[in-house]
Ligand binder design. Structure first.
Ligand code: HEM
Length: 130
């Protein structure tokens, strides 16, 4: 049977202690029951709501025992298995922003140049005919 696919909206919808999903290594886990038992406390897990918790999870250096708890809580695969919610999203955003800025600065560059050209053309013709 194909694993259930969890969308970003599903992930974001489960962001309270009453129902909490966490995304680690492109898989989504329902940790609602586990939050209170987590040796590292509930805040650190709740802080990862709606985003990729892989980095936070790996930075701690969780033991094999900790990893062994994961399969039981599995909900399914995350829809965008290649999407890094933190860095990926902001990278895409950054390139969109820089694209917009580039477009804007092109305009900002050509408008004054055009005005300058028009001014000199006007000067040329008015002084020429005087
Ligand atoms: C479902 C995901 C998680 C599971 C199953 C889990 C499980 C565990 C377990 C069993 C421990 C005890 C030490 C060990 O065996 O490694 C632990 C410790 C810890 N966890 Fe998690 N954890 C999860 C997610 C997270 C996340 C997202 C963070 C965010 C930073 C985090 C932070 C910590 C910290 C700081 C400790 C150390 C607590 C201490 O030694 O005082 N954990 N975790």
């Amino acid at each position: 049977m194909a694993a259930k696919t969890v969308t970003i909206d599903d992930l974001r919808a489960h962001n309270t202690k009453d129902s909490f999903y966490i995304l680690i290594h492109s898989k989504v886990y329902d940790v609602t029951k586990f939050i209170d038992e987590h040796p590292g406390g509930d805040e650190v897990i709740l802080a990862e709501a709606g985003q990729d918790a892989t980095e936070a999870f790996e930075d701690v250096g969780h033991s094999d025992e900790a990893r062994a708890l994961l399969p039981d809580m599995l909900v399914g695969d995350f829809e965008g298995s290649d999407i890094k919610l933190k860095s990926g999203a902001s990278a895409a955003q950054a390139s969109r922003v820089s694209g917009a800025v580039e477009q804007g600065s092109n305009l900002m560059y050509f408008v004054p140049l055009g005005l300058l050209g028009a001014y000199f053309a006007w000067r040329f013709y008015t002084t020429g005919s005087a």
